[in-house]
Design a protein around this ligand. Structure first.
Ligand SMILES: NC(=O)c1ccc[n+]([C@@H]2O[C@H](COP(=O)([O-])OP(=O)(O)OC[C@H]3O[C@@H](n4cnc5c(N)ncnc54)[C@H](OP(=O)(O)O)[C@@H]3O)[C@@H](O)[C@H]2O)c1
Length: 300
């Protein structure tokens, strides 16, 4: 009993010391005047990120397809404190749009500190139907446009020691468990094409991060791995199909912004997703069956 008491006491002291000396590396003031290009900014998590950046006093270029909605988000951002704000409507299924959008942002803001890649094309939350054309289209919107936007923005990001922030999903998270040096991944049902695009992002940007470090180019790459978030489209897509509760979009948006600003390699939101990934890797038996039990499907 005495030994347990001592261990508890020591743990308490260590926890107290950590809490006392730990400094939050996120300094919101550093985002004042930061120049941000934000994609998928008209709705959902992107819209919430726009409002956070505005509150922090950033200079922002918003992009998505719907001009009238972008206009409304822009007006709200102005009331919240954005230093400068512009928008440019663009459809990322068109290969010429990414470069045009980056050029517009650089011209309006005089350079970029953050490129936040967040948009996604319409996602079907259903069994694979064999629609190869749709997968090709989604690859263009969710993956190739990210690569093209990054390529166009890298020179200005490098000049400004900037940051690339990529919004991904648990359906495509790889977790390197260093002791086992074993990659983990959690593919989920009903998301074949979407998962493929997100796996592609993980592969491309994790490799690019290595290369930027090897070339001593000071651009950070933050990959954000999100669970189910309560955006209108996600709730609509998953209604009646999953037994998973959704986390709030404004909090997810803030976690992404913090991750980018502190230049961490990965953000997990909600935080416990990282533990889920660890369990997935460490307990391979029956994990697929457990995962499928969260999804509703009755064969026709
Ligand atoms: N919500 C979740 O549960 C969840 C979970 C994991 C990861 N994520 C990730 O979080 C990010 C945001 O998700 P969300 O739920 O906020 O999505 P959302 O609410 O559906 O918003 C998608 C955004 O992308 C834009 N967009 C759609 N098609 C486009 C196109 N062809 N070209 C350019 N922009 C386009 C939309 O605006 P327009 O319609 O005006 O173009 C909108 O601003 C995504 O990367 C997603 O994979 C979300």
């Amino acid at each position: 009993m005495k030994a347990i008491g001592r261990v508890l006491c020591a743990t308490g002291i260590v926890a107290g010391l950590i809490a006392f000396f730990w400094k939050d590396p996120f300094i919101p003031e550093n985002l004042s005047g930061a120049r941000v290009l934000l994609t998928g900014a008209s709705a959902g998590i992107g819209e919430q990120m726009a409002y956070h950046y505005a509150r922090f006093g950033a200079e922002i270029v918003l992009t998505a397809r719907r001009e009238a909605v972008l206009q409304k988000v822009m007006e709200k951002c102005l009331t919240l404190g954005a230093k400068k704000i512009f928008y440019i409507p663009a459809d990322m299924s068109s290969p010429s749009e990414p470069e045009k959008v980056v050029q517009f942002a650089v011209q309006k803001l005089g350079g970029l500190d953050y490129l936040v890649l967040n948009h996604i094309g319409m996602t079907h939350f259903q069994m694979w139907t064999g629609d190869v054309e749709y997968t090709r289209w989604l690859m263009q919107v969710n993956f190739f446009s990210y690569v093209a936007l990054t390529t166009a923005a890298l020179p200005t990001l490098e000049k400004n020691r900037g940051s690339l922030v990529i919004v991904s999903s648990l359906t495509a998270s790889f977790l390197a468990v260093s002791i086992l040096s074993f990659p983990g991944k959690i593919p989920t049902p009903f998301t074949t094409s979407y998962s493929a695009t997100k796996f592609a992002l993980d592969g491309f940007f994790s490799s690019l991060r290595h290369e930027l470090i090897m070339q001593k180019r000071n651009v950070s790459v933050t990959l954000c791995i999100l669970g189910l978030i309560d955006t209108d489209t996600a709730l609509q897509n998953t209604r009646g199909k999953v037994h998973i509760s959704a986390s709030p979009a404004p909090e997810a948006a803030l976690a992404i912004i913090r991750g980018g600003a502190t230049r961490v390699q990965e953000v997990f939101y909600p935080w416990w997703l990282q533990q889920v990934c660890c369990l997935w890797v460490l307990f391979p038996t029956n994990r697929g069956q457990v995962l499928r039990s969260y999804y509703n499907y009755s064969s026709p």
